[in-house]
Design a protein around this ligand. Structure first.
Ligand code: BES
Ligand code: MN
Ligand code: ZN
Length: 494
């Protein structure tokens, strides 16, 4: 979909849909009032018939109004003028997207009127989120079936804004489109079948991304190279799999050479059976989504390659498959990590932290300004925060707060959990420096505590995305979260 910003709607319109805000209150306002006059009160009559309400989330498609160039006019409920929250504005955008998508229109003209604006946010913010949602709503997964899905009909969108806002909104729309494209890549990778999307496949993804710009280079470590570095924890996870593990590094250099990079580290377990501590078979197919942290890193790197911000970002993916096998790790095995600390593997299903801990040690070489790891790490996180919010755990409250704010601004919500020392003792082991599990109380936090022991030398935050990365049931599929949050974080740093 091609999205443009303009100060006025085009006169020539074929197969178009004009979108206008309908506010509550007796009198029609803004463009809505104007169209009402032009169309000899068609809008007032629809309201009188009770065909449409002005609540956010409601909408009505009107066809072939008198004296109006567009074939369709979508009245989008916008609530009380100037009173929307960010979440309500996003709902407003989503309503527009789904109504337009359900129509046959291939040109959408959205009048972004000041009256729907969220207090404190700029017109550019509004334009960016509208663009992002329009693209997001057209996502379809098509990589595994030749059957034609509903071919995307909306070809073009024009967002009409005030003259003085055109410049800022144009650049914001570019950002929104890049974020949405990155999110779509993250969804594609998450949705791909686990027999296709293997660690080696992910390494190939990195190479493909690097073709987009010379500012991105990639380097991938094989199992032999990881063994030389002493990554005993990482390698213990892939032992039982025929698929070789990979540590994939993507280095984006868009800023000053001396500027320390942000490192994004993603858990890329391409399939998690649990290993010898095997999971029950119900819904085990969903464990193909256990690489969604990695997918969000690829999504962010793709958006970065599109926008070329002036900053340095390293995307790292810890890719492995967790399988049971005669050579798989056993509960009770002790492994030595790259940091020198030893770990008693009490449960082979707590594998994410094992691939991440050695990766956290490895990335010290980048001398990061900050590290954010992203992982579908614990079922306990889903219990704590549901499918609504990611969990943030950090050794730096300012960093945690920054990420929280990125969540608030993008709607890609995240909430901080504590990493107090009082929780650390749950990781005590009788036989090694630590166990890899902390028992069932506070399972998301003890997983964070485990990682914190390998992230002492830089500012670090951990995002547990087990609840938000995918949906189950009839809507089964990857969400592409938290690409919006990560991109907000990266771009605020540029
Ligand atoms: N990938 C899972 C976490 C997970 C489970 C995400 C269910 C989403 C839904 C992770 O590798 C895992 O198995 N974690 C265990 C840890 C436990 C053994 C300490 C879990 O959460 O049960
Ligand atoms: Mn597991
Ligand atoms: Zn896992």
């Amino acid at each position: 979909m091609d999205i443009k910003v303009a100060a006025s709607a085009p006169e020539k319109q074929t197969n178009a849909c004009l979108v206008v805000a309908l506010h509550s209150g007796k009198k029609l306002t803004g463009i809505c009032a104007k169209l009402n006059e032009q169309s000899e009160k068609a809008i007032s009559r629809a309201i009188k018939r009770d065909d449409v309400k002005s609540d956010i989330g409601q909408s009505l498609m009107l066809h072939e109004l008198k004296n109006i160039a567009s074939d369709r006019v979508l009245l989008a409920g916008a609530g009380v003028a100037n009173d929307a929250s960010r979440a309500q504005y996003r709902k407003y955008c989503a309503t527009i997207a789904s109504a337009v998508k359900a129509s046959g229109a291939n040109l959408v003209i959205v009048h972004l009127e000041k009256s729907v604006f969220v207090e404190g946010e700029t017109p550019a913010w509004h334009a960016q989120h509208l663009a992002q949602q329009l693209i997001e709503s057209t996502y379809e997964f098509t990589l595994h079936s030749k059957k034609k899905k509903s071919a995307a009909k909306i070809k073009k969108c024009i967002i009409v804004v005030g003259k003085s806002d055109v410049r800022a909104c144009t650049s914001a729309v570019k950002t929104g489109v890049a974020v949405a494209n990155g999110q779509a890549l993250a969804r594609d990778l998450g949705n791909l079948a686990p027999n296709i999307c293997t660690p080696v496949y992910l390494a190939k993804q990195a190479q493909d991304l690097a073709k987009a710009t010379p500012k991105l280079t990639t380097k991938t470590l094989t199992e032999a190279q990881m063994a030389k570095l002493g990554m005993g924890a990482f390698l213990s996870v892939s032992r039982g799999s025929r698929q070789e593990a990979r540590l994939i590094c993507m280095e984006y250099k868009g800023g000053d050479k001396k500027k320390k990079p942000i490192v994004l580290l993603g858990k890329g377990v391409t399939f998690d059976t649990g290993g010898i501590s095997i999971k029950s078979s119900a819904a085990m197919d969903e464990m193909k989504f256990d690489m969604c942290g990695a997918a969000s890193v690829f999504g962010a790197m793709k958006a970065i390659c599109e926008l070329l911000p002036k900053c340095n970002v390293i995307g790292v993916v810890a890719a492995a498959e967790n399988m049971p096998d005669g050579d798989a790790s056993r509960p009770g095995d002790v492994v030595t990590t790259m940091s020198g600390q030893t770990v008693e593997i009490l449960n082979t299903d707590a594998e994410g932290r094992l691939v991440l801990c050695d990766s956290l040690t490895y990335i010290e070489r980048y001398k990061p300004a900050a590290v954010v790891d992203i992982a579908t790490l614990t079922g306990a996180c889903v219990v704590a925060l549901g499918k609504v919010s990611s969990a943030i755990m950090s050794n730096d409250d300012a960093l945690a707060n920054t990420l929280y704010n990125c969540g608030q601004s993008t709607g890609d919500l995240a909430w901080q959990l504590p990493l107090w020392d009082e929780y650390q003792t749950q990781l005590d082991s009788n036989f090694a420096d630590m166990g890899n599990i902390g028992g069932s109380p506070a399972g998301a936090i003890t997983a964070g505590c485990f990682l914190s022991r390998f992230a002492k030398n830089y500012k670090w935050a951990h995002l547990d995305i087990a609840g938000v990365a995918w949906k189950g049931g009839s809507e089964k599929g990857a969400t592409g979260r938290p690409v919006p949050l990560l991109m907000d974080f990266v771009l605020n740093n540029a």
